[in-house]
Design a binder for this molecule. Structure first.
Ligand code: PGA
Length: 222
């Protein structure tokens, strides 16, 4: 099986103590060569969690960013802020971010020219800005049907394959090879089937990633 990417999106499920404690547990997690693990804590705990995991091969990434370096971006998270604390990747346009922000995808216009790695979430293929994507740095896409997020209802493998292979063929016409993850109620019972698909390059896990045992099971399921 080719390498799979597993991202734990902690959203706002965990407070400070719980985030630190989960990070310490994760520092004991032994990952295999064919898995790449990333976790995304609340912004306030990014630095601390990143320090705890700095000696592991788990990458800590941001849940969002709002500008490259705007000094007037009150309440925002800039790429400059992230780089200062050695965070080198961010989720972009997560469906929960979309509820709060009008056009979270607009950050792509700033970060693609700079080559800042990101994980772009989408619910519909038309939301993917194919013509602005490139292979010069690592871009990851994540298909997250909104009805499957946090609901316990996972998309069927047939549906996931259909969407992923459609996106993959559009990317390949552009000469791009960009991994596509699936997200939406991934848990230890359904991850094996999802991850076994060649069309699926990994999973973006919300709720189940906030419990060490569940996340470990998902990571070890490959
Ligand atoms: P969920 O969240 O696994 O809790 O459905 C996925 C996500 O929002 O990234």
């Amino acid at each position: 099986m080719k390498q799979k990417i597993i991202i734990g999106n902690w959203k706002n499920y965990l407070g400070h103590k719980e985030s630190v404690s989960l990070a310490h547990s994760l520092s004991e997690l032994v990952t295999k060569d064919r898995t790449r693990v990333m976790v995304s804590p609340n912004h306030l705990y990014l630095n601390e969690v990143n320090q705890i995991l700095s000696t592991t091969n788990i990458e800590v990434i941001s849940q969002n960013l709002t500008s490259a370096e705007s000094k007037s971006d009150t309440g925002g998270i800039t790429l400059k802020n992230l780089k200062e604390i050695n965070i080198n990747r961010s989720l972009v346009a997560h469906s929960e971010t979309r509820i709060r922000e009008k056009n979270p995808q607009s950050i792509l216009l700033e970060i693609i020219p700079i080559g800042f790695p990101f994980v772009l979430c989408f619910e519909e293929i038309k939301q993917i800005p194919f013509n602005t994507l490139n292979d010069d740095f690592e871009i990851i896409l994540a298909y997250e049907p909104i009805w499957a997020i946090g609901t316990g209802e996972t998309a069927s493998i047939g549906h996931i394959n259909e969407i992923h292979s459609d996106v993959k063929s559009k990317l390949s016409k552009l000469g791009l090879n960009i991994p596509i993850l699936y997200g939406g109620s991934v848990n230890p019972s359904n991850c094996k089937e999802i991850l076994a698909s060649d069309n699926v390059d990994g999973v973006l896990v919300g709720g189940a990633s906030t419990k060490y045992d569940l996340f470990k099971e998902i990571v070890n399921s490959i």
